[in-house]
Design a protein around this ligand. Sequence first.
Ligand SMILES: Nc1ncnc2c1ncn2[C@@H]1O[C@H](COP(=O)(O)OP(=O)(O)O)[C@@H](O)[C@H]1O
Ligand SMILES: [Mg+2]
Length: 338
Amino acid sequence: MQDIILRVEDLQAQFDTTDGVVKAVNHVSFDVPRGTTLAITGESGSGKSSVALAIMGLLPYPGRVTGGKIYFRDRDLLTLKGEELRKIRGREIAIVFQDPSTGLNPVLSIGDQVEEIIRTHQPVSRREAKKMSIEVLGQLGLPDPEEIVRRYPFQLSGGMAQRVMIAIATALNPSVLILDEPTSALDVTVQAAILEDMTQLQERHGTSIILISHDLGVVAQMADSVAVMYAGEIAEYADAATLFRSPRHPYTASLLASRPRPDQESRGRLAAIKGAPPSLIDLADECAFLPRCHKATSECRSEPAPKLLPVGPAAAHVAACYNPMYREDEGTAARRSA
Ligand SMILES: Nc1ncnc2c1ncn2[C@@H]1O[C@H](COP(=O)(O)OP(=O)(O)O)[C@@H](O)[C@H]1O
Ligand SMILES: [Mg+2]
């Protein structure tokens, strides 16, 4: 039996705006076993950050969770209050956002900021907290941490600042670390180094990671399993090897096909899939991907949106599609087992 640390069940979240209700998260479910990485990917606006923020209880107004459950071990975070909740969010579940410059306090030294978070959650002396912060900064590959703790945020490069943010998030050794596009603002070399540090951190502490990234290269490097989001829903879910080898949902296949390759001219250009995602206000009953889908059948046009169903042969491979894709070499065996 896998040890499930975080379980999201049928999560729904929306933003009640003056233009209408933005249905940002629609019936999203997934498990995160201990010590593994779940990647959530998909185009901008598909609801990835909203899932993360809902887990952290940080959905900004006018956003709110309207349904579902978020279990940390066996406790549903959506039913907990006050001190009980604070002990879990921030300490057991921590988050790192894309832009490190917004996360650090410009008038406090790095040391003060890391020590503060340690001392808010743990009864240790200033000296111990200082020792711990130097240790955790060193573990994250920051050179000369004794010197770094004396610096102020403006004296750090983007990559260093993001490492400090990760240090702050991991100082308390959380069970779950949520990384929301953690390296998207950084150059490729720094990005690779930080991801490598994350992998080591995970191996050392058995941390479960939810990695949000629209970059399939990053997803391929880090993920054990992958959830592909489209219009606030999970369109496809599988272990990473299966998803990259045998995408079933035409959306996943298009994402993979439009991924920039290092050996091609298109390097660095944004992945382009024809058409745009639908507005999440007044979502139609039909499949949200229908207007952009090259595989649509008459069923897709006449039936309500498809549900996530097994599309094997890999266990736990599911896709929400009436006409999932199979490679020629898979023949009919794969279909039959699905
Ligand atoms: N503060 C907000 N107010 C209104 N709508 C929002 C807000 N934040 C996000 N949304 C909407 O929710 C949807 C999902 O956004 P988000 O979770 O940020 O997607 P992603 O992280 O995949 O880019 C989008 O349609 C976005 O416009
Ligand atoms: Mg986002």
